[in-house]
Ligand binder design. Sequence first.
Ligand code: R5P
Length: 293
Amino acid sequence: MIITSCGNSIDIAKEIAKKLKKKFSPLTISSFPDGDIYLRFNTDVKNKKVVIVQSFQPNSDMSLFDIIFAAETAKDLGAKKVVLVAPYLAYMRQDKRFNSGEAISSRIMAKLLNNSIDKIITIDPHIHRYKSLKDIFTISAVKLTANPVIAEFIKKKMKDVVIMGPDWESYQWAEVIAKQIGAEATVLKKTRFSSRHVTEKMIKPVSIEGKNVVIVDDIISTGHTIAEAAKKAKKMKAKSVTAIGVHGLFVENAIDKLKKAGVDRIFTTNCIEHPTNKIDITPILLKELKKNQ
Ligand code: R5P
């Protein structure tokens, strides 16, 4: 087995290689003078299983392109199997044609990967209108969750906690995490008017006065969703507000927006590299990879 990466998730890739006692060999990826991609394997992959560890952020479009080039090259060089470990899988939120003429990006991304790789392992992909990854992937697709490491983190670091899901989709994390740490969970109803305008209303009432509220969501992108939830928590006299995201994209001025809304602390997993990373998902990936070495 050879562990490689296209440039994102290098630390996770190295740790996986170390723990599995396998070789980590990074790819050389650059551009020709005209901008065409140049990609090279720096180790022999013939008859080997190649594991590409690559989060789709930063640069989701480039990551998809690099993964396809890497997978096709590995196969061309005689690799036995190509497995993609994508801690963050992009494009999943565009799961229908919201407006006429739009691309259904998640289907296109999956079609391209189905063609080039043999298996995908990912963490908390944004599954909303699909029932499972099987709706778009024809290859083996494994969906893991960061819930256990997030629960462990909260249990170690915080007391007197209420877990808040900023919308119904996030309740799957909020409820499970709350159960694991023996806390109460609440959920808000989100109305999204545009990609930058959302409102929140509490639909599972619990008392949060004087409590440390932990808002948990899969993705923090522009920060609007968590910012609105934080304002609600502050209004209801929460003692403190902590935001935890599995995938911290933090686009535009998300961090400032969260702080202005009253978020005291922001933590993320290392599914996407960011200074807020405090929760390591490598053990979850390792457990899965050890099953099929
Ligand atoms: C959407 O349904 C997701 O679960 C997140 O709530 C959403 O992607 C967060 O986006 P933003 O930070 O831009 O509000």
